[in-house]
Every structure is written in structure tokens, then in C-alpha cells.
Ligand binder design. Sequence first.
Ligand code: ADP
Ligand code: ZN
Ligand code: ZN
Length: 815
Amino acid sequence: MPDFAEIILPLALPKPTYTYMVPEPLRSAVQVGCMVVVPLGARKHYAGIVYRRHDEAPSYPTKPILEVLSEGPVVGLQQLSFWEWLSAYYGCSLGEVMAAALPAQMKLSSETELVRHPAYEGDFSALDADEYLLAKALISRGVVSLAEAQQTLGKKNAVSVVRRLLTKGVLAVRESLREQYRPHKGYDIRLAEPYQSQPEQLDVLAKDLSRYPRQQGALSTYLSLSKSHSYVSKDLLLREANISPATLKVLVAKKVFELVERRQSRVPIYEGEVAPPDALSAEQQRALGEIRGFFKQRKPVLLYGVTGSGKTRVYIELIQQVIRSGGQVLYLLPEIALTAQIIRRLQRVFGQDVAVYHSKISDSQRTEIWHMAAAGCPIFLTARSGIFLPFQNLQLVIVDEEHDPSYKQQDPAPRYHARDSAIYLAGQYRANVLLGTATPSLESWYNAQSGKYGLVPMRERFGKIPMPDVHLVDLRRQHQQRQMYGLFSAPLLEALQQALKRGEQALLFQNRRGYSPILQCRSCGWTAECRHCDVSSTYHKHSDLLHCHYCGYTEKVPSLCPVCRQANLALLGAGTEKVEDEIKIYLPQARVARLDLDTAGSKQRLNDILCAFEERRIDILVGTQMITKGLDFDNVSVVGVLNADAIAHFPDFRASERTFQLLTQVAGRAGRKHKSGTVFVQAWNPTHPVFQEVARGNFETHAQRELLERRQFRYPPFVRLIRIRVRHPEENSARLVAHTAAEHLRQHALAQVVGPAPALISRIGGYFLWEILLKVEKSATALHATKEHLRRLLAQLVNEPGKNKGRLAIDVDPY
Ligand code: ADP
Ligand code: ZN
Ligand code: ZN
């Protein structure tokens, strides 16, 4: 009897699965959910997942499965059905879901690049002949693709040899090495005593050192660096003072400097103390009672608790209960809120039961955590991709900061929303769902109002600390009255000065990185734009270049206007770099640091900056929305928002909602532990209703007003949106494909078709972008029919000759 298997391959292929023959010897090993190696095309090999076994021979010749990699299934039936749901709901292939779901080691393909594992000592004695051959080839060549490994071994099944070497820690998959194995640079320099506490003695010291110009130079370099840096790392001093490590050693021996190991926040094994959590407050007790009541009714719960109300403590209580009954918890957080702070808070209670999973951990750790989920480890603190873990006994899903837009995956497909997907996942396991936030998304709020979700409010801060006092500052009036100091209004600057005097800290929020977002010619009006995108380039001072924030292209700043040849170029607007520069001018005594993608590109650097702020080595932290996400500082008394209009006037139906969220969240960082704080929101148009709502801390009024508008103009949560984006290197083709697609949809789809129109940014990275928006009624039939139609349309357009340089992307519930 013929025997076939449908295989999911981790690629964006048009068909959901591919049919392969199951050779006789593999019959019992090929089970649904197993990992197998199959050929694709002339000589490529991929690891795929068995989706189904059957005996219906296809009309074309099939190739055989080459090998079974796993003993038993790696993906369970429940997971497969979750993958199916994701692929159907978000309009992508099963292969795309698989690619997103599995750690890189588990989806090897011919293109996978392999390198020597950095921790491998080079002991070949434990390797068999094939392993030895491959390990040697790798070490001599540095990087080897799986395809090359196949050539080296001269046989088809290099995949299993590679898998063994990965398990033995000889090899690693290249893409996974970015962060984990960065060399530690964990030393800071500090003045030794008595100079640390008695700086007046430095003069004597400087004189003593005058016979050693290099040592004297190092000292003066250190002193000037320490003014502008909250801490001076060893490497920075070596570089800036241009001295050798030997010179530094002498200075340490002379007790001029001392080396301090910087606190490193590495996640893996928690070895700290474990302590029972604080006693619950009455408010927390009440909230817990209500949450449990809704859980009994099998309803997801929206925990709407103002900033500082103590939601985390409520989560901890619920988690403990799950652990006692042997269940598992998925605790989702936005990627950049997954900082050392929240991790420590949970580890202090749960110790090693907490596994942390996000995009910046190494792939070998990712694989390990995958196995931990399968083995029943209790708590997973994860970014959005945690929904893919193979849970055994999931009982509780917590989505903290449920409103956060970064829960939505943008590119590539699957363009899933982790909150919504997690709710579906929880349904499969019959697990409870808790959504927590101080600023609910309108979707969740609406669901809570309509009774689909339970609503549990916590309206007061823990310890009865008053909510921050929010002042709106009218920038126009401040300018007219000459009350502006650079970017800062008099009341904000005054409050910052007072805070510094009292030894308190401040946050300054500017939602734009770089120095200045616009370079303009004052003579003819020309502005600098990226040559690949339809956006203006941002001037960055640290690099002295113009940067494109969409494609990453950089170029030199022209000295003359390229159009009129006049030397009359001006920088307009402000980014975080400029805010940082200016605040140092007005408050020269303050220790200032900046937190944005440029300074905190990696998890480690993000944690370093936050740690320095927490330890009060920084007085004022300037940042983008990174500083708004769930951080708990207890000494921040002033928060300044420099230009609130920039967010509110973004042409998107969510602009008002986003503004409310961002401003309320950043305001919530003010005054947490013992005292209330003050927030200054500077705006050109402070009468905008959303600013008033923020100032009064009135989410409910905001939601009501916003929902009315959404209903009137037919936006979510009243309809479902599907965005179809056409991307093409030629402008005409992009327009043509978009028009053809829109025409088709108008004729057939059960939806209102808006567009086509060029995307807000109509060209990115040399590709022209057009968009069509579908507004679909919220019924399962309308949604299903529309998606079915879209699927056929896509297949048709993609197959049309001449169109295949372009791409169509479907985004269901776009953000
Ligand atoms: P939210 O996440 O709701 O903004 P947090 O959970 O960060 O609020 O709590 C705010 C502050 O109150 C934190 O510093 C936290 O340690 C403290 N806190 C919350 N609940 C308790 C409790 N039951 N006992 C002692 N401190 C608490
Ligand atoms: Zn000009
Ligand atoms: Zn660009």
C-alpha cells in the first residue's frame, strides 16, 4: 500500500503542505508532529514537520522522506491545531507559522549557517567519524552552510550529524550568537579613597603625578568623562585617554583608581534569595476575589488598574495558585518591558521556576526553554513569541500591558497579535486569561463593557499615593511670553531644578530619536530625504550623518543645498539627542543619560542604563517610548513630555488612543513609592480633548468619546480591518496591481473596500507601497468569505506573468 505524508516546511510557500513518500523502513517512525528531513528542488534539504499521513497518491511523482530527526513528535496535536488557526485567521501559510514558532536549531535548512560554538574547547575525542570530519571542516572555514556540510560529508543526510553536533555543543546556528556571547565588559573605573569623598585632594594628586604625563592624562580624562557619563567603563577610559592597560594597572596599584565590577543582569540561572511576597492589600484582595469569580464563569478578565496600583502582586498570587495545582503560566510582556527589573521581581518569589523567553536570548537557550515547556516547567515570562511554546498543562495566561502595540507582529508573516492569539490558545487549554493594563485597548475595553470579558478595576495606587499631577503647558503662550528655554518651558525647567536640589530624578519623553528630524534649506525649502524611502532623513549628532529610520540608509550632511546651491541649511525639530544636549546646557550639574534605540540597541545596554537610573547614578533620563513601559522607579518626581502634539496628530485612527496610552503611561512613572509626582505635558494645541482626558486621568471619558467616533466612522472594535499591502520596485506596477486587486475585491468581497491609495510612507527601501483597506462586518461568515476570496485573489495575482517582482501582504487587524 502506498504511504504518503503531508509535510509543513518553514517557508512562505503557496501550498500549505507538501506531499512526500514514506519509505518502508521509516513507516513506524514517521508520526504526526515529528521532525523529518525532506528534499526540495534539485538539491536543497529542509527539516519539516509531519502534518498528516495518508494513502492518496498525488498526480505527480513524489520524493521520499530522507530521515526522521525526532524520536516521537516535537509538535503536539494541540499545537498543530493552534498553527492552523493562526494560518487561517491571519491569512498566512502553515510554513510561515512554523518558521515563527520554532527555534532556529529546530528548523534547519540548506541555507542555515553553522559556526563553532564559542564555548567549545576543541576536544574531538567524543566525536564519531562524520562528526569529526564536519567539526574539522568548520573550524578551518569559520562558517559553513548546511548545504556545504552536505558536500563535505559526501552524503545526503548531513542534517542528523549537524543535529548531533548542535546537541553536543560543538556547533551553533549563526543567527543565534548576536547577543549571548558578546564578551563581558563589566568593569567601571572609580576614584579610590580618599579622592572619592574628598575631591579637594585631587589637586595634590595631580601634582604628584606630574612626572608621569600618561598617568596625569588618564586622571584628567577620567575627571572630564565622569562629568558627562554616569559611569566610566574601563574600555572607555583606555580608549579616550589613549593609555595602555599597564598604565591603568599602575594607577590602580597607586590607589588612584579602583575597578568596580558592574552589576550584570544575566538571566539564566537564578541563584538569589527567594522570599515570600508582600502581604496583599485590601484592594488587591478584592480584585483577586472578583477575578476568581469571572474565572469560574470561564471569562477572560480585564484588570484595569491605574499605574502603581500593584497589579504585579495580583498576578503573583494567581501564579502561586496555578503552581500549587501543577499547572503552567504564560506571562506575556512587551519585548522592551522584559527588563531585569520585572524578571528579578518574579524570581524573588518563584526562583528557578521562571523561564524567560524573548528575541534577544540565544538560540540554544531558546531551544532549551522549548524543552522546558514540554517538560512542564511552571512559569514562562515571555515576549510575544512565547505563545508558540509547547505547553503541557497551561492554566493561566497573563497579558501584561495588554494595550501595547508591540504585541502585534508586523513583518514577516504571520502578522499575529499575541494578545488575541493567546486568548485563542487559552481557550484550547481551557486556561484562564488575565489582561492587565492602566490604559486598556479600546478592543478590550469594549469587550469588557459588552460583558464578553469580566472587568476588574483598581482605581487607586498602592499605599494610597496620589495620582501624578498633570499640567498642560501651552507652548504657543510660553513662546509669546518668552518663557521658553530651548525646548523647555519655564515651569518644566523650574520643576527639574527643584527636583535636582532635592536629590530626586526626572524623565523627559520625546518620541523621536536622533538630533533633528528635518534638514531644510531656508532659501528654497528643500528638505533632505532618504534616497530609498519617501521620508525625511534624521540628523544624528553622534555619527554626524543623516539617517533613514525606515531602511537604515545613512549619508553625509551636504554643506550646500543640492537644489539652489546656497549654504543656508537649517535643522528643524528635535529628537532625543537634542533634548539631551539642551538639558545639559540648562542644567549643567545634572547627570543625564539617554534611552532610545541608539543607546539601548541590545537588552544588555538597556538593562545597564535602567540599572544606572535605578541606582541613582543618573538624574535625568531622556528617552523615547522605551521609558514608558512598565518600569517601576521610586525616586522620579518630575516627568516632562516635550512635544505631545507630534503623537496626537499622526494620521491613523488609533492616534488618539495611542496618545492617551503613551502620555498616561509615561506620567505613571512619576511619584511611585512614597510621594506623588508632577508631570508637564507641553503641547502647541493643549485644548485637544485627549490632552484634557490625560490631565484629568479620565480613561472612561476618553474611551467613550473614542468609541463613539469609531462606531460612526466604522473602525475597530465595530468592524474588522484587513489591510492588503502591495509592494513593488516599479511605481506603475505597484499602482496597477493595487487597482486590479481593489477592483476584484469590490466585485466579490463581502466587505467595504477603501482605496487603493499609496501607503502613508509610499516608498521604503526602494519599494513602492500601495494599500487597500477592507472593513469587514464582525460576523464569522463575512470574515471567512472575505479571506477565502483574498486567498484566491492572491494566488491569481501572484501567478500573473510580470507581476512576480511584487509582493502582496495581508495584515488582519493591522496596528
Ligand atoms: P502596577 O504594575 O500596577 O503599575 P506595581 O505592581 O508596579 O504596579 O506596584 C506599584 C508599587 O507598589 C511597587 O513598587 C510594588 O512593589 C508596590 N506594591 C504593590 N503591592 C504591594 C504589596 N501588597 N505590599 C507592598 N508593596 C506593594
Ligand atoms: Zn535650497
Ligand atoms: Zn530609507
